[in-house]
Ligand binder design. Structure first.
Ligand code: SF4
Length: 373
């Protein structure tokens, strides 16, 4: 898929652009088109059978149906599926489909950037640098690719921005993609089923609060103090905890939802009881929930995962202090544990996937996946 494409992807086309493409046709045609595009299993214009054949042919001449090309897929024994896509210019994008507790239902873990420039020291992606921001279509098409190929598309009903990249460093594309995922005229997920995970950019959190969508917000905290946090997530030097906590509180008030704090458990680094006490103090008075994430190691990682008893003790300490907390279930451990590793593995094998500032990407603590997405 190299070379500048001659047609734009249809999933991010504006309403005016779609209307122009349907010029001279009945007004209900635009609704039919959006329905076929965002809500059905059609994997090409030729399968949008609610539209006349000449309309499908005209759309095919004006737009690309999908902006991503599947390069590789893996499937875990636990049902998690992971896909590596290429964009038109060869940027690598990883997407994970995770089964949920509800039978047949699934969540899609989306990447917002190819690589990541945030440099978190516990993350495979962070070691690799940023290739580029993804476009809104490249984000949306990850979700649509998975949903269109599901046996029950409607059961793929959650999206989390927890893949490669920092979503709040790509705000325009994130806003368009989130609005379409949660828009009644588009994919139509409940905004409550779309969660954006950030390493902690206060201005981006404020921007999200202004969108009028009650999206879920997950803040990657990983430490209860700025000193330690800065060693794990260097961006914390620019945005220390007081500014981050204020932005988080503003978000809680604006959207009337609790915020999730993600805390990757690293052996001997951030998993002491005293740190749980500090964390409870930091979060006092907030509408929040803490998600303890067992570290998903990867080749070259400089950290080790906390032992299970240690994680449980940390959880219990938080609970005793009134902080709602759960331990995240790990998924897809048998298939390149962390996000970014599918890409990394292909690079190591000389498969020729493109890299710019570095190599592969992905959050070390993110769930991993498997075969057909
Ligand atoms: S944890 Fe997230 S923000 Fe940090 S380097 Fe990894 S992908 Fe980027």
């Amino acid at each position: 898929m190299r070379g500048q494409p001659d047609r734009p992807p249809i999933s991010e086309a504006s309403p005016d652009r779609l209307c122009a493409a349907l010029d001279g046709q009945p007004t209900y045609r635009a609704d039919q088109l959006r329905q076929a595009l965002f809500r059905t299993s059609a994997t090409g214009f030729d399968q949008m059978l609610t539209l006349p054949a000449e309309t499908r042919a005209a759309l095919d001449q004006q737009f690309r149906f999908e902006s991503l090309r599947l390069l590789r897929a893996q499937r875990s024994t636990d049902g998690t599926r992971k896909a590596l896509f290429h964009t038109w210019d060869g940027a690598a994008v990883e997407t994970v489909r995770m089964p949920t507790e509800r039978p047949g239902a699934a969540t899609v873990c989306l990447s917002s950037q190819a690589g990541c420039g945030m440099g978190c020291t516990f993350c495979a992606t962070g070691a690799l640098g940023l290739t580029r921001n993804l476009t809104a279509a490249e984000i949306l098409d990850q979700f649509l690719y998975v949903r269109r190929r599901a046996s029950r598309p409607a059961a793929v009903d959650r999206a989390v921005f927890m893949g490669m990249g920092e979503p709040l460093a790509n705000l325009p594309a994130l806003e368009t993609a989130a609005a379409r995922l949660a828009g009644a005229a588009y994919v139509g997920l409940s905004a409550r089923r779309v969660t954006v995970s950030t390493v902690g950019l206060p201005a981006g959190i404020d921007a999200m609060a202004s969108w009028g969508l009650p999206l879920g917000l997950a803040v990657s905290l990983h430490a209860p103090d700025d000193g330690l946090r800065a060693t794990l997530a260097p961006i914390a030097r620019r945005f220390p905890l007081p500014a981050l906590m204020e932005a988080s509180r503003r978000y809680q008030q604006a959207v009337r939802r609790r915020v999730t704090y993600e805390y990757t458990m690293l052996a001997g680094v951030n998993d002491a009881r005293a740190q749980a006490v500090d964390l409870a103090r930091l979060l006092r008075g907030q509408r929040c929930h803490v998600n303890l994430i067992p570290f998903n190691t990867y080749p070259g990682a400089i950290f080790r995962a906390s032992a299970r008893p240690r994680i449980r003790a940390f959880r219990d300490e938080l609970r005793q202090r009134g902080v709602p907390v759960t331990i995240r279930r790990t998924r897809g451990r048998d298939i390149s544990g962390a996000c970014g590793q599918l890409h990394a593995g292909m690079l190591a094998a000389g498969a020729g996937t493109r890299r710019s500032n570095g190599a592969a990407g992905g959050r070390a603590a993110r769930p991993a996946a498997g075969a057909r997405p």
